[in-house]
Design a protein around this ligand. Structure first.
Ligand code: HAM
Length: 419
């Protein structure tokens, strides 16, 4: 019996991978313009890192982590997200000593044991960006301008930016109390998860999908009405800067995030096209996280987007698979070696060249060239070989010329490679 892959963990096959490469390439290009540098961290960390950062009472830590003991008995967890590992590395390697502002991005797989469905997987991929060291709302606005610009450059259809503020250590507890008092009267309407979390994490009730909870919280007081002066000003300035930078957004006062480390600004890039998995990117400020993890008292803000969800949104776009520049067809036993040498010569010079390796008829070779949509075909017959010539067929123009075999790879690559 053949072995299949693990449920919720997908292969990304040639044909689909081109769209992924495009997403990654655009991120590297655009994030680079905004001054972000790549960081790569391991896929597994000590379990404690995620418990302390994401929060013990979140869905992720309570039920979705891939946690196991390694052979030495250390409890390890496959990273469910990238912010905590990046902050761990930031602190461990004292990146703050090199510069007062650090802008970092990462690309890679994350793991959550969720129920798989369209847009929700157990291994999924994120591109994330984090800025450490700036609490001015200008950076919040710039990060969101970069995210919006990325989505625009990819022409992602049907996405909208929503923002909110979750307050700080001063005003959040006040709001929590206000909300707890409100929910107390409605506990019997709420689902068992929200009832259980009512004392530990009451804000989660605000985005619970269960109809009873939605009804119970429909008129709940909003965090925005409880913000302290400093958080209120921060949020006001953020909105002004977003207007200044012409970044479209709406305020969603009910947005709460599934990770506990957020303070002040939170946001989501949502779509109407992916059913309940409507967040394509999400993030926010985490001004306490670095010090909570034992690092210096530095603020941070960042986001991560889900590549599977982005790829689903871009499915209609025709992101071309690479087509060979040239296909070499040979005619006659003696020409095969000459053709094979020419092939490798071309490839070494940066030309995507193909040939049929196992002596097929000319017709079969040309059929394959056609199937691969090769831009040019070189036909090398015994007569041509004698004369040191090849036939070069331009498949787009349907024209054919005879050109010298000697120096062909050099001449062709000079006129068909960039730079
Ligand atoms: P998150 O909201 O948990 O935030 O995830 C960010 C994005 O990852 C989501 O909006 C979604 O596109 C994608 N995603 C999450 N779970 C899945 C899944 N099971 N299947 C497919 N895609 C998924 C974070 O991870 C934070 N670390 C973001 C952040 C960075 N905040 C500050 N900096």
């Amino acid at each position: 019996m053949s072995i299949s892959g693990i449920k919720g963990m997908n292969d990304i096959l040639p044909g689909a991978v081109e769209a992924w490469q495009h997403l990654e390439h655009e991120a590297r290009r655009i994030f680079g313009h905004f001054g972000y540098r790549e960081i790569r961290v391991p896929v597994a960390e000590k379990t404690e890192l995620f418990c302390r950062s994401i929060g013990e009472t979140t869905d992720i830590v309570e039920k979705e982590m891939y946690t196991f003991s390694d052979k030495g008995g250390t409890s390890m967890t496959l990273r469910p997200e990238g912010t905590a590992p990046v902050m761990r590395a930031f602190i461990q390697h004292k990146l703050y000593a090199q510069d007062t502002v650090n802008k970092l991005f990462y690309i890679g797989p994350m793991f959550r044991h969720e129920r798989p469905q369209k847009g929700r997987y157990r291994q999924f991929h994120q591109i994330g960006a984090e800025v450490i060291g700036v609490d001015d709302p200008k950076i919040d606005a710039q990060l969101l301008a970069m995210l919006s610009h990325y989505f625009e450059s990819l022409q992602v259809p049907d996405v909208a930016l929503q923002i909110n503020s979750l307050g700080c250590a001063e005003c959040r507890p006040v709001y929590r109390q206000v909300l707890t008092d409100y929910l107390e009267q409605r506990l019997d309407q709420m689902c068992s998860d929200c009832q259980r979390r009512y004392t530990t994490n009451p804000l989660r009730a605000l985005d619970c999908k269960v109809p009873g909870c939605q009804e119970a919280t429909s008129a709940a007081p909003a965090m925005l009405d409880s913000l302290c002066t400093s958080c209120d000003e921060h949020f006001g300035q953020l909105r002004d800067y977003l207007d200044l930078l012409a970044v479209d957004f709406t305020v969603n006062p009910r947005m709460v995030r599934g990770l506990d480390y957020y303070t002040k600004t939170t946001f989501e890039m949502v779509t109407g096209s992916l059913g309940s998995q409507n967040a394509v990117a999400a993030g926010g400020r985490y001004d306490r996280l670095i010090s909570d993890l034992g690092g210096p008292d530095l603020p941070g803000i960042g986001f991560a987007m889900g590549l599977e969800r982005l790829a689903l949104l871009l499915e209609g776009q025709d992101i071309a698979a690479p087509r060979p520049d040239l296909f070499i067809a040979t005619l006659g036993k003696d020409t095969e070696s000459a053709g094979f040498k020419l092939l490798t010569d071309l490839q070494r010079r940066g030309i995507q060249a193909e040939m049929e390796y196992s002596g097929k008829s000319l017709k079969a070779q040309l059929r394959r060239a056609d199937k691969l949509q090769a831009r040019y075909v070189v036909i090398l017959g015994e007569d041509e070989l004698q004369k040191d010539m090849v036939q070069l067929r331009d498949m787009d123009q349907s024209s054919q010329t005879e050109v010298p075999l000697s120096g062909f790879a050099e001449n062709f690559s000079m006129s068909h490679t960039e730079g």
